[in-house]
Design a protein around this ligand. Structure first.
Ligand code: SF4
Length: 213
């Protein structure tokens, strides 16, 4: 059962609670940004695919060598599974990820002329790319307002009573109604930062948390 955040009692209305939450997040995390190191949309989509069931820190250790060997979708599209598996082994589920990375690169080369698409339907047609990955890429590589819903966002959105579901796409659309469009990207980053620092899956440090004020 989800343990409710004390802020639910402080602010009965979801709109007021969200205003308070956004103010607190902005004060605590004034410079939210994507933790995956990347220089272009191709690098970000690769890093995000690798980040499934893996920490961003570990992904950032692996990607420099991967991007050096395969600097473009064209190069990655021609890679062998075995070569990619060796490079990404430490990120876990490496066989599945290697297959998706090469498949994604081949689709980008064959269908999109080597350019990572920006459209949601086109992005999610690529192997290994779901809505979360697509939204990470749209928000951070293309600056398109997008709400990223990961495990932290799901957990904290439920704790704060903004949603009562674990379904990511429903949460994405509900949050989009509560959060101003121009803040969607920063909001996701800030909630993820809170989920790593104070409101983790294992424990909630409510006494230290500025949301509880
Ligand atoms: S840690 Fe903060 S956000 Fe999480 S339940 Fe406690 S007060 Fe709420």
């Amino acid at each position: 059962m989800t343990i409710q955040c004390p802020a639910v009692k402080l602010y009965k209305s979801k709109v007021n609670r969200m205003k308070h939450f956004i103010d607190v997040l902005s004060a605590r995390y004034p410079e939210p940004k994507c933790a995956l190191v990347h220089d272009n949309p191709y690098e970000l989509i690769v890093a995000t695919i690798l980040s499934a069931q893996c920490t961003d820190k570990q992904v950032n250790k692996v990607t420099p060598a991967l991007f050096k060997k395969y600097p473009t979708p064209n190069k990655l599209a021609k890679a062998t599974l075995a070569d990619v598996e060796v490079l990404i082994h430490s990120t876990g589920f490496f066989k599945h990820k290697a297959k998706n990375l090469i498949g994604m690169a081949q689709a980008v080369v064959n269908i999109y002329n080597g350019e990572i698409p920006q459209n949601m339907d086109e992005l999610t047609s690529l192997p290994g790319v779901g809505r979360k990955t697509a939204n990470v890429v749209r928000a951070n590589a293309f600056n398109i307002p997008s709400m990223v819903v990961d495990t932290h966002v799901i957990r904290i959105s439920n704790k704060l009573g903004f949603v009562a579901t674990e379904e990511p796409e429903i949460i994405e659309h509900l949050l989009e109604k509560l959060v101003p469009r121009e803040r969607w990207r920063d909001y996701s980053h800030q909630v993820i930062m809170l989920g790593r620092e104070l409101c983790t899956a294992k424990k909630t440090l409510c006494d230290e948390c500025p949301v509880n004020s």
